[in-house]
Ligand binder design. Structure first.
Ligand SMILES: Cc1cn([C@H]2C[C@H](O)[C@@H](COP(=O)(O)OP(=O)(O)OP(=O)(O)O)O2)c(=O)[nH]c1=O
Length: 200
């Protein structure tokens, strides 16, 4: 293994992957995030694949990248998938639904490995359940004013100012922030890939 590429523009994913101590570069995928799927696990798995493949296409003529990591995160509430908010009103609608209740956060990860010139995808997803205390409309409006919800699935950041409303969490916290690094390292080990031996 010689090179590792994170196919994501998310600063949170970059920070989480950096914590593993590996060297990697970032190439942001520029494809549309679209799918007709309705199951949240299938959705994030497919979108993570699309992102990794779009970066593989762009790197086709470059010197041998060997592992590309794509990821996608959505929130699921009462069977509906909630992505990033379209505007502040949408963020308020979403947070009014989520407050006082439990929801699920899914992150899908695709590891695209180049072996003998051929890209092979390996995809998995991880689920974390998050429960919020009741939060008033005024508090939600205050939060939305910070701008924090706008680039985040489910319109909140558990690692940011909305973290004060968390009642409980079941599963991997890092998965909510956008990358289940523990599972990622575990899956790579199973694939006999030691990312610590890779270079940029
Ligand atoms: C629920 C939640 C999501 N998020 C973020 C993680 C993801 O960055 C984002 C979901 O959007 P994604 O489409 O998964 O990722 P992205 O657009 O940020 O980056 P890219 O497509 O280039 O990989 O929401 C948090 O930071 N905290 C949270 O608590």
């Amino acid at each position: 293994m010689e090179k590792i590429v994170l196919a994501s523009g998310s600063p949170r994913r970059k920070e989480l992957l950096a914590r593993t101590g590996v060297d990697f570069s970032v190439v942001v995928s520029n494809g549309e995030e679209n799918t007709n799927l309705t199951d949240p696990a299938e959705t994030v798995e497919k979108l993570s694949q699309d992102k990794a493949i779009s970066v593989a296409d762009r790197l086709e003529n470059e010197s041998e990248p060997c592992l590309i990591i794509g990821a996608d995160t959505v929130v699921a509430f009462e069977g509906k998938i909630l992505g990033k908010p379209s505007d502040e009103e949408d963020a308020l609608d979403t947070l009014l639904k989520l407050q006082g209740k439990s929801h699920q956060v899914y992150t899908g990860v695709t590891l695209l490995v180049k072996e003998q010139g051929i890209w092979k995808p390996y995809t998995f997803s991880e689920r974390t359940d998050v429960e919020f205390y009741p939060v008033s409309r005024e508090e939600l409006l205050e939060y939305i004013k910070t701008g924090e919800p706008m680039d985040k699935a489910g319109s909140y950041g558990i690692q940011g100012k909305f973290g004060i409303y968390v009642k409980g969490i079941c599963g991997d916290y890092n998965n909510v922030v956008g990358l289940p690094v523990g599972r990622l390292i575990y899956e790579l080990k199973k694939m006999k890939i030691n990312i610590r031996g890779m270079r940029k």
